[in-house]
Write a protein that binds this ligand. Structure first.
Ligand code: ADP
Ligand code: MN
Length: 187
């Protein structure tokens, strides 16, 4: 079973998947690292300090890397909903996201761009549009361990075919930061 963990940068995808990687039964593919290492991009956007991934090539490499003996393969990336049909979208309030992104060496522009994307639910919308099953976890007031517990609950229900019951608890669109975010914006 292939599961994508997606979400705006800073929502915690890599932190949680690095922990899950230590447990048996999971194969984790850190997509952003793979894209960088194998140069799976078609363009470098110097102005926005990022690369434009060649998603056909990325998907092809993911399929080659999948270890079919592993019951669960997890993709870690804000691009994973382009590939997986089952996705977990991690969310964090823009205030919390700002705190988390500040620790990185992100420019103010790049921070703002990400906060806006989170407030507008960009990745959630794409996921709902493209994927069969979408679960949402609000990490704003959670520890990394609590987020991992939620992810494991979702995955174990999926493996048992009982995920319908969790659709309420992890219903996409449960959070809405837009009011708080745009009220604080000085237009
Ligand atoms: P991403 O891979 O989504 O860009 P990272 O995992 O690199 O995000 O960064 C998330 C940051 O948020 C880390 O500094 C992590 O310690 C922190 N964090 C705080 N709470 C959580 C949580 N509940 N889940 C995941 N990360 C969290
Ligand atoms: Mn990451």
């Amino acid at each position: 079973m292939l599961v994508g963990i997606t979400g705006t940068p800073g929502t915690g995808k890599t932190s949680v998947t690095l922990q899950l990687e230590k447990k048996p039964g999971y194969q984790i593919i850190h997509l952003n690292e793979l894209i960088r290492e194998e140069k799976l991009y078609c363009e470098v956007d110097a102005e926005r300090d990022c690369v434009v991934a060649d998603m056909d090539l990325v998907e092809q490499r993911v399929m080659e890397k999948v270890d079919s003996s592993s019951p669960v393969i997890i993709l870690d990336s804000h691009l994973s909903h382009h590939i997986a049909d089952i996705v977990i979208v991690l969310r964090a309030s823009p205030d919390k996201l700002r705190e988390r992104l500040k620790i990185r060496n992100y420019s103010e522009n790049k921070i703002q761009e990400n906060l806006e994307a989170e407030a507008l639910d960009v990745i959630l919308f794409e996921s709902v549009e493209w994927c069969d099953k979408v679960f949402e976890i609000d990490t704003t007031n959670q520890t990394i361990e609590e987020t991992i517990t939620d992810i494991e609950e979702i995955i174990s229900a999926l493996l048992k075919g009982q995920d319908e019951e969790l659709m309420v608890k992890y219903k996409p669109g449960s959070v809405d930061w837009s009011e708080e975010f745009f009220a604080n914006m000085h237009l």
